[in-house]
Design a protein around this ligand. Structure first.
Ligand code: BGC
Length: 579
């Protein structure tokens, strides 16, 4: 909604009127985001004039969706009880469905949606995520991640759509439209384009590291998706943990204010990332253009007192504060929160419903990329007398869903409402289906072994390859390699289904198998995989990343523009076989 339009003009007038009445404490309060538990007592929501509440990892707001809504309704009423009655924004890391609520519909992570290349589908998935987020009390999601990953070693490759700027641009538009729709409706949410900018292009793929790309490349390859998000009216942009040519992105005035706000005409709000204030230069980040601060985990006092002192001493101008508050209030008006501050209780019944799951299942089917299909082994003949399914990933909805599922780091357990890959195979096959979790049995009479292997769940730097917190590699663990060898026998044909958040170095396993499918992190509807393996649907997915061949030729920088003639990927971007 353009401030130039009539409604836009009225909103600006309302903001003017609020700004003239607000004290400095009230303004700094608006710029503050806290967690709903340990950062603040519920009474402080009013006392400290808090602008927003975040929910992510940590104690749940309640046991049921009704309880979640009730908790946020209670906090909202505290905010409305203040002198000016400015409503709160409730933000959540709903990055593939409302993944913080067990029982919600969980979509494939963005890398799988990237493989689908289907903008209409991405829009539907985002719209469902919005409904299910509102059903649990949120009016704001920290999604989509529109990074361009350059390096498979980065632990967040799967949060982004693709290494292709053009594809990311297209899916970003769809995602923003899907989440935000007509923003005033009770079933839509404000979206966040993140992490601005260079998160996926750090040296060595290090989360929060240094991005040393040439400025031109930042402009040509990383910024276009942001421009698309801004054109679609995205409400928020989140600053990134990385540095860009040595300057912390949180404190990067040239990028945040000059490029994003002035250059692209972004009139929404810039939110810091986790503890951005104390981590990235305190008032420098406000002066650079950060409007709201995630003042979590002990940062509340540091931020509120620090900023107040800075304003009183001329380090941060009153004008900058007013601009930040204006941007925050503008989004609250656009969301219609002043008229309808409370969540719609009728939405609770939409959580995890079958219509939502059907779209998620479609997304699973369309995300699958067929990398090999020797002698047209696939589609499998459902009347085969015996199939053996191997691997713990086949029987765990937690493992098939990756990080940001129920918990920040994901879960290894089955979770409510989700269907395993094995269940799907059992439904589709007409003959005997045996499950041999860790290839410890002998089934020489099986005609096919479907081996489901891949990565364990991880999120953020826990997924960085080379990080001291883990021993991850881009190759499969030996145990999983053994599963394939165990079933390499005359008479048994091997289908490998790879569950991973990124392309992996699996050249050997591809060679040893008859058919090989990259399934990414499909989420709750694991049965979508069998629907394609058995031919009820065809393969549609195309690689959203070029696929590296070996550690030897892994340079860490991939993408259409990065291949020199001597280094070829095993499969190029866009590769994918069909029936
Ligand atoms: C992540 C963000 C996320 C935020 C809030 C940060 O650590 O980088 O992507 O939105 O936490 O949970």
């Amino acid at each position: 909604m353009n401030p130039e339009t009539n409604t836009g003009h009225i909103i600006e007038q309302k903001i003017d009127s609020l700004l003239t009445r607000m004290t400095l404490d009230e303004k700094i309060g608006q710029m503050t985001q806290v967690r709903h538990f340990d950062d603040i007592s519920e009474e402080d929501i009013a006392g400290k004039f808090i602008g927003s509440v975040i929910h992510t990892q940590g104690p749940l707001p309640g046991n049921t969706a009704e309880e979640w809504q009730a908790k946020f309704r209670y906090l909202q009423e505290k905010a409305l009880s203040t002198r000016l009655g400015i409503p709160l924004l409730f933000g959540v890391d709903a990055v593939h469905g409302q993944n913080t609520f067990e029982g919600a519909t969980i979509f494939p992570h963005n890398i799988g949606l990237g493989a689908s290349q289907n903008a209409e589908l991405v829009e539907k998935a985002a719209a469902i995520t919005a409904v299910e987020s509102q059903a649990t009390g949120f009016n704001w999601v920290f999604s989509p991640c529109i990074a361009i990953p350059y390096n498979e070693k980065w632990g967040r490759v799967y949060e982004a759509f693709s290494e292709s700027t053009e594809l990311t641009e297209k899916l970003t538009r769809a995602s923003v439209q899907g989440h935000q729709g007509n923003l005033e409706d009770s079933h839509t949410v404000m979206a966040t384009a993140k992490h601005f900018v260079g998160d996926g292009a750090t040296d060595f793929g290090e989360e929060g590291g240094e991005t040393s790309l040439a400025h031109e490349e930042v402009i040509n390859r990383l910024l276009p998706p942001y421009k698309a998000a801004v054109e679609e009216g995205v409400g928020a942009v989140m600053a990134s943990f990385n540095t860009l040519s040595g300057i912390s992105m949180h404190a990067h005035k040239e990028m945040i204010t000059d490029t994003l706000k002035i250059g692209m005409g972004f009139d929404g709000m810039v939110i810091s990332d986790w503890k951005g204030y104390s981590r990235f230069g305190e008032n420098d980040i406000i002066n650079a253009g950060v409007d709201m601060v995630m003042a979590v985990d002990g940062d509340l006092e540091v931020f509120q007192n620090g900023l107040k002192y800075a304003v009183e001493n001329g380090v941060v101008s009153q004008q900058r504060i007013d601009d930040a508050v204006r941007r925050i209030l503008r989004q609250k008006f656009r969301l219609g929160l002043f008229e309808n501050p409370l969540p719609d209780s009728t939405l609770v019944q939409k959580l995890g419903v079958s219509e939502h799951r059907e779209i998620a299942r479609q997304a699973v089917r369309e995300s699958l990329v067929l990398l090999k299909n020797q002698n047209e082994l696939l589609p499998l003949d459902a009347t085969m007398s015996k199939i053996v399914v191997v691997g713990e990933h086949a029987n765990s909805t937690g493992l098939q869903s990756g990080g940001w599922t129920v918990n920040w780091q994901g879960t290894h357990e089955n979770y409510e409402g989700a269907t395993t890959i094995l269940e799907g195979i059992k439904n589709a096959a007409k003959g005997e289906v045996i499950y041999d979790a860790n290839a410890s049995e002998k089934h020489d009479d099986a005609q096919v072994a479907i081996i489901v292997i891949g990565e364990q769940p991880y999120a953020e730097f826990f997924g960085d390859i080379g990080h001291e917190s883990n021993e991850l590699t881009l190759t499969l663990i030996e145990e999983h390699q053994r599963y394939v060898d165990h079933y390499r026998k005359p008479g048994i044909q091997i289908v490998v289904v790879l569950i991973s958040g990124r392309p992996m170095m699996v050249t050997d396993e591809i060679e040893k198998s008859d058919a090989f499918v990259a399934a990414w992190l499909p989420g709750s509807e694991g049965d979508g995989i069998a629907e394609v393996l058995f031919g009820a649907y065809g393969f549609k997915g195309k690689l959203p990343h070029s696929w590296p061949k070996s550690m030897d030729n892994f340079r860490g920088k991939y993408g259409p523009n990065f291949w020199d003639e001597s280094i070829k990927p095993l499969f190029p971007f866009g590769y994918g076989l069909e029936y």
